[in-house]
Structure formats: C-alpha cells, structure tokens
Design a binder for this molecule. Structure first.
Ligand code: FDA
Length: 452
C-alpha cells in the first residue's frame, strides 16, 4: 500500500481536474491527481483506429470559448478551421433533400418566418439569462417547470419549426428528447454559448479544431504535472471531515487538506463518502443525468462530397443522423464525415446488431451525400454510454424543474470537498471551455483559503 500526503487530492484527470491541479501547483500547493482510467483526458480522446486519426470525444472550439482558446495558445497548440465551403443539405419531413447556404434551413416561407421569429424571441430570453445563475432569470421557475418541447408547441402549431428549433438544443446539445428537459435548461445551454443564434450557426459553434487532436490539451497538462498524476486508480472511498480528506484507491491512499471531485456528477455515487454527503447533495445529484449520443466516424478514400459542391454540413430532425459535418483531418488526403445519432434514436439502434446499426447509419448519411457514403474505408462509433467512467455523452443536465430547485447549490463545496466539471459550468457548460473554467474556479477558491 502506497501512502501519499499532499495539500490537495484531485479525483479525475479530465480537463477540469488537470486544470485545477495545474493552477494549484502554480499557486505553490502540492497536488496528487488520481485517475480511474489508464489514460488522461476523460471525454477527450484522440485515437488512431484502423489507421485513421479520430476525435472519439470532444473536438471543436468556438470563438466565444476564451478559456479554451487561451489554454490552447498557452500549450503552444495550433488550430485549423472545419471545412465549410459549398452547400449544406437539409432533409424535410417528407424526405425531400434541399441544398442551402447560411443558417436557416430551406423550409416553406411560413415555416421560415416562424423559425426566424422564434430564434429572435429565444435570443431575447437568453440575453436575460446569466449562464452562471440561470435560476435568477425572469420567470426562472415557470420556465423550469415546462419542457422545451411543450414551450415550443405553445408558441406555434408549425410542427417542422418545432422539430427544427428543438433539434438545436435536444439532439445537438443536451442529447435528450425535448420533452425531457426544461425551457430554462435550454436557455442555459444557449446562454452558455452566448446566444441561441450561436447554436443555430454551425460555423460559429463548430469553428476550429486542434492540430493533432484536442486530447493534446489534457496530455500536455498531465505531462507538466509529471509524477503527480496517477493512472488506473479509481477512488473508491473518500473520508472527509474538519481535519481534511483521505482518498482510498486500490493500493493507494492519499491524505490531503482538500479534495476536488473532477468527474461527471453521475459518477459521484460510485464513491463511498464517509460520512455520507449531506442530504442536499445526495438529493441534488440524483436530478442530474447524462444525455446520450453516438458520434459516428466514416472515413473515405477522398472527400467525395466536395466534388459535388457540398460542405459536408447536413441537418434533419427526421434522419437517424440528425446532423453531419466534414471532419477531415488537417492535411489528410482522405475525407471524413462525422454524424450524430441522439437519445431515443440511439437507444433503438443499440437494439440492433452492430452490422445492422452500421448499415442504417450509413444509409442515413447517404440520404445527405449520395450512395458513395455507403462505403467508407474506416467506420467507427464512439459509444460513451458504455464507458464505465463516463456513462453517456456529451454531458449531464437537470431533469424538469431541477435547475431552479438545485442549481444554486450545484458548485457549493461541502467541507473540504470541491466540485469541478464541465457539467457544472455556466459559461462553457458541457464543453471543454466550461471544464477549464470550473477547474480554475475551484483552484482559486482553494488557493484563496490557503492564503487566508
Ligand atoms: P471528464 O469526464 O472528461 O473527466 C472526468 C475524469 O474523471 C475522467 O477521466 C474519468 O475517468 C475520471 N473518473 C471518474 N470517476 C473516477 C473515480 N472514481 N476515480 C478517479 N477518476 C475518476 N466539448 C467541446 O468543447 N467541444 C466538442 O466538440 C465536444 N464534443 C464532444 C463529443 C463527445 C462524443 C463527447 C463525449 C463530449 C464532447 N464534448 C465537447 C464535451 C467535453 O468533452 C466535456 O465537456 C469535457 O471533456 C469534460 O471534461 P471534465 O474534466 O469536466 O470531465
């Protein structure tokens, strides 16, 4: 049994945990990071599969993500733009495929007007929401008691407008059906990215990628932390009290003055707390759950869609893959499409055999890009739902009513235990940017206490 004594023990070597550990080291405190997996990065994983470099987890950087942009620059990493030249594809409720440019899908004129008006309305509402305190927004309680789907239906009877507006938050972001989260939760999602219009604008929200992959961020942070990072040590027990904490993993015990839990909140119950966490946290954590999306990678011998003048960007709430993009790596001759299959549709597909699932998903991509999409040279599905140390994708969100009931307590420390994760963030919520912000926030709180 190895025993370590340190100032702060960090549980989880995702971006939030590694950021916190880095900041604490800079502040002169000793840290010990304990990671369950045999690698760092958590939901960031850049892997080579059948010879193709794939971003299995998070990958895109958008212009409002100051914390991530700063981190990428600090680490000396370079970025490049997602390919976006040419027409995008939209498939309507009757299966009609239409090409378009710009943000607004090519729908009937009346539906377009409803969509444009609703986006403007949502932008106005989002402007009144502080992403760090959405529970203080006007009508927060009422907005948290109505699902996003029900709210949209109250605004219009135009089903296609409802389906498309829901898509920007449901399939594309929270990866839950729009009846499963509140309108306040939807506004938080949009406010965390600056506005609802930003979510509609794929060129904004999916702007840049990091050369070599976004996992380089946690890999470089961990490299700098050196021996302070321990892999393959899931923390099973956390004893806590006024004197500090004791984190126990198999073969390793860490005694510290403070702990940072830098894991997805759905995983807190995997740790035995001694004494148990207070009633409020035990309740609160049960109201957060992971969304679920399959990220599908299809690599072709060339980016054939570009020859047809297509950007590779495609949307349809009526397709298995509700969105798709050109995800070709910088300088790669081969072409990669990435598609996303969300929530109920993903559940249904996982009831099929792997081959049937692949066939169905590629068929969906072929509806957007033609028959060549059926024959990739590499095919891979990122299935974070089966990962023991993540349990879903992209992140966690509150159930109906949970955000205004518990949001204000979400980030409050419990004695020496602090919480940091992208899923608890305001600005940058559910994104790497939010993970960095949360890591910095808890590090600052702990460093300030140490100085006092
Ligand atoms: P994260 O979950 O990454 O890290 C937590 C760590 O804790 C993990 O390493 C885990 O193994 C560890 N752990 C858990 N339990 C433990 C225990 N008991 N003991 C020790 N360790 C334990 N974001 C973005 O900005 N742009 C994007 O394009 C995307 N796209 C995207 C696609 C997909 C498929 C996914 C899954 C996610 C994204 N995201 C994203 C979201 C982004 O990846 C995510 O918000 C952050 O990486 C989360 O970082 P955290 O450090 O908060 O948690």
């Amino acid at each position: 049994m190895t025993e370590i004594t340190t100032d702060v023990v960090v549980v989880g070597a995702g971006v939030a945990g590694l950021t916190a550990a880095t900041e604490l080291s800079r502040a002169g405190l000793s840290v010990c990071v304990l990671e369950a997996r045999d690698r760092v990065g958590g939901r960031l994983l850049t892997d080579t599969i059948d010879g193709a470099m794939l971003e299995v987890g998070g990958q895109w950087v958008s212009p409002d993500q100051d914390a991530l942009i700063e981190m990428v620059a600090d680490l000396g990493l370079e970025t490049y733009s997602r390919y976006r030249e040419g027409d995008s594809v939209y498939i309507g409720p009757d299966g009609t495929r239409t090409l378009f440019t710009g943000d607004i899908f090519p729908v009937a004129r009346e539906t377009e007007k409803v969509m444009v008006d609703l986006i403007a309305r949502l932008d106005e509402m989002v402007a009144q929401v502080d992403p760090d305190r959405p529970w203080e927004a006007p009508d927060a309680r009422a907005l948290d008691e109505i699902s996003f789907e029900a709210w949209l239906r109250e605004q219009t009877t135009d089903q296609e407008a409802v389906d498309n507006l829901a898509l920007f938050i449901a399939g594309a972001m929270l990866t839950k059906p729009p009846h499963a989260f509140s309108t306040l939760q939807a506004l938080l999602m949009a406010a965390s990215a600056g506005s609802f219009s930003h979510l509609v604008d794929a060129d904004f929200i999916l702007d840049k990628r990091v050369v070599g992959g976004l996992q380089k961020v946690p890999l470089l942070l961990a490299e700098r932390l050196g021996d302070a990072v321990h892999l393959g040590v899931p923390v099973r027990t956390l004893e806590w009290g006024e004197a500090g904490v004791v984190a126990r993993a198999e073969g390793l015990t860490v005694r510290a003055r403070q702990a940072i839990l830098a894991l997805a909140p759905v995983l807190y119950p995997r740790i035995t707390f001694d004494p148990p966490l207070p009633r409020l946290q035990q309740q609160l954590h049960q109201h957060l759950s992971m969304g679920f999306v399959i990220k599908v990678h299809a690599v072709y011998d060339r980016p054939f869609w570009r020859e047809q003048g297509l950007s590779g960007t495609a949307f349809s709430p009526y397709e298995l893959s509700h969105e798709a993009y050109d995800n070709t790596n910088d300088g790669d001759e081969r072409g990669t499409l990435v598609g996303f299959v969300s929530d109920r549709v993903a559940d249904d597909l996982f009831r099929l055999s792997a081959q049937e699932r692949q066939d169905r998903i590629l068929e969906s991509l072929s509806h957007y890009f033609g028959p060549e999409a059926l024959d990739p040279v590499v095919y891979y599905e990122s299935d974070w739902g089966s990962e023991e140390w993540t349990r879903g994708a992209y992140a966690a969100s509150f159930d109906l009513g949970g955000l205004h009931r518990y949001g204000a307590d979400l980030r409050s420390p419990v004695g020496p235990i602090h919480f940091a994760c992208s899923d608890l963030a305001g600005a940058g919520y559910q994104h790497v940017d939010g993970a960095i912000r949360m890591g910095r926030l808890v590090a600052e709180q702990i460093a300030a206490e140490a100085r006092a």
